[in-house]
Design a protein around this ligand. Structure first.
Ligand code: NDP
Ligand code: BG6
Length: 517
């Protein structure tokens, strides 16, 4: 049943035209029975509806291999909303959204199923009575990105709407490829079937408020930018740590590992925004040009025992006081697995701004706590006024941008301890988003899906960006694949990773921060 009667429409769906002008849209989610769809995508769409940001004519079609009756998919979506939406279910809105949700079963490599999907989409467009934008969201494991893109081309869906200026769009989840060659292959298919402006390679870290705030922090505050270079910065540490294990995603994760799952994409985006030059404007192309330039300036990393990279797998341990199993004991992990659940890297950026400043990156599962942060550690103040360590406890000034949780910015400084003697102690100055702005901020996927709907690609990855990043990681991944388990460290669940990760910093006389506020 299609909700096309304007008189019966809920005010929540009067929508976007007032805000950012998204046209009538059908979103098709490939992999709609999966984890991401229920935990993030359905709740994101629903919350856009709550904020009056969905277009008036909005439809959602789930796509997957096993047949699911429409009614069951609606029930599953409702259950997902109850469990995962950041705001409670409004019966009023849901009553209007629910009938416009349906399911289409078919293989990802089955052209006939794509052709019948096209018929369904055209029928919706006919009922709506005007041009409708088709937005395809590829939320499957990366192994089927390729047939989906090819079939969108072969079925004519990729070309739909070109003449009316409402060309189809496609959002592609990460990891985009397994290495440089597969990323190039995907980009070639994309170039054959789509125009680059139809394509939205998603990295949900770019939708996080704190990540978007990085450019504001750097370029809208005159106190930071003059210090943001090799003259003042001692090193930069980027940590993306999770205390969760692989959970039910062992099948996917064992094919990926920490490097493909987190470092090549999320962590590199944090690095690029932290280290790039100021773009000439806030346009998508200008920002992406600067990110690519930065990525190109990163030097190849050395592998081997004294190299720049460390990988490890979690063993059993304690998380929040509960015993958790080792990675090798998790569901769907093969006995021969040599997949890393932790990786740490030392990078150097060969450009004017960053020459000689080490960038340390680490990411892993089952670490001590969930925390993502960027720490800019400044050089020690010069002079010997406070050089007696018995009296003066001094820390390096460090600016910590806490991406999550407890989003905020902390500046570590040194202060005199009140009293008649002159003694010092490091202190922290905090800015917390929740305190200043309240805590109910939109989820990253809300922002990004809305941006794709209205055609703003600023927070998405360009094809050359992902290839430049893969160029750095592919030799490392190839080397690890050759070594198998040889050289694969292990760490106790609930720790901060293997000792070998500390070694990466010794040469520069640095040590990992205890990440967190
Ligand atoms: P799932 O493993 O839950 O898979 C999604 C759906 O894809 C499944 O329900 C299944 O649908 C289909 N599928 C699963 N395995 C295969 C296979 N081997 N071949 C073909 N189809 C398969 O994935 P997620 O939902 O966790 O993730 C989807 C994408 O989103 C991935 O690319 C992931 O990297 C990315 N992502 C996930 C996040 C998360 O937290 N889950 C976060 C950020 C990104 P059916 O059987 O019905 O066809
Ligand atoms: C996804 C990874 O891209 O990001 C997951 O596939 C990881 O393994 C998740 O758990 C982390 O996202 P967030 O937003 O919770 O930091």
């Amino acid at each position: 049943m299609l909700d096309t009667d304007a008189s019966d429409r809920h005010p929540f769906l009067q929508g976007l035209s007032k805000h950012r002008g998204a046209p009538p849209t059908v979103i098709v989610i490939f992999g709609a029975s999966g984890d991401l769809t229920s935990r993030k995508l359905i709740p994101a769409l629903y919350n856009l509806g709550l904020d009056n940001l969905l277009p008036r004519d909005f439809h959602l079609i789930g796509y997957g291999r096993k047949p699911i009756p429409d009614e069951d998919f609606r029930n599953d979506s409702e259950a997902a909303l109850k469990e995962f939406s950041r705001r409670p279910l409004s019966d009023e809105l849901w009553k209007h959204l629910r009938p416009n949700i349906s399911y289409h079963a078919g293989g990802y490599d089955d052209l006939k199923a794509f052709e019948s999907l096209r018929e369904k989409l055209l029928a919706i467009e006919k009922e709506v009575g005007r041009d409708v934008q088709f937005l395809f969201y590829i939320s499957t494991p990366p192994s089927v990105f390729k047939p989906i893109l090819e079939n969108l081309g072969a079925s004519g869906l990729a070309k739909h709407g070109e003449e009316s200026d409402l060309a189809s769009k496609v959002i592609i989840e990460k990891p985009f490829g397994r290495d440089l060659a597969t990323a190039q292959e995907l980009n070639t298919i994309i170039t054959n079937e789509f125009d680059e402006k139809q394509v939205y390679r998603i990295d949900h870290y770019l939708g996080k408020e704190t990540v978007q705030d990085l450019m504001v922090l750097r370029f809208a505050n005159s106190i930071f930018e003059p210090l943001w270079n090799r003259n003042y910065v001692e090193c930069v540490q980027i940590t993306v740590a999770e205390n969760l294990g692989v959970g039910t995603r062992g099948g996917y994760y064992d094919q990926s590992g920490a490097t493909r799952d987190m470092l090549q994409n999320h962590t590199m985006q944090l690095l690029a925004l932290t280290a790039m030059e100021p773009p000439v404007s806030l346009s998508a192309e200008d920002i992406r040009d600067e990110k690519v330039k930065l990525l190109k300036a990163i030097q190849p990393m050395k592998t081997g025992p004294d190299g720049d990279v460390v990988r490890a797998q979690y063993g059993e341990g304690l998380i929040d006081g509960e015993r958790v199993p080792a990675y090798m004991q998790e569901k769907d992990i093969p006995a021969t697995s040599c997949t890393e659940t932790f990786a740490a890297l030392r990078m150097s950026i060969d450009n004017w701004r960053w020459q000689g400043v080490p960038f340390y990156l680490r990411s892993g599962k089952r670490l001590a706590r969930r925390v993502s942060e960027i720490a800019i550690q400044f050089k020690q103040a010069s002079g010997s006024l406070f050089s007696d360590p018995a009296r003066f406890d001094l820390a390096s000034n460090t600016l910590v941008i806490q991406i999550q949780p407890d989003e905020g910015v902390t500046l570590l400084m040194n202060s005199k301890i009140p009293g008649l003697e002159t003694r010092t102690q490091p202190v922290k100055m905090h800015f917390r988003y929740a305190t200043t702005f309240g805590s109910n901020t939109p989820e990253a996927y809300e922002r990004l899906i809305l941006d794709a709907m209205v055609g703003d690609s600023t927070l998405f990855i360009r094809g050359d960006e992902t290839e430049t990043s893969w160029k750095l990681y592919t030799p490392i991944l190839d080397h690890w694949a050759e070594c198998g388990r040889k050289g694969l460290d292990s760490y106790t669940s609930g720790s901060w990773g293997p000792l070998a990760a500390d070694r990466l910093l010794w040469e520069g006389k640095h040590e990992w921060r205890r990440a967190g506020p």
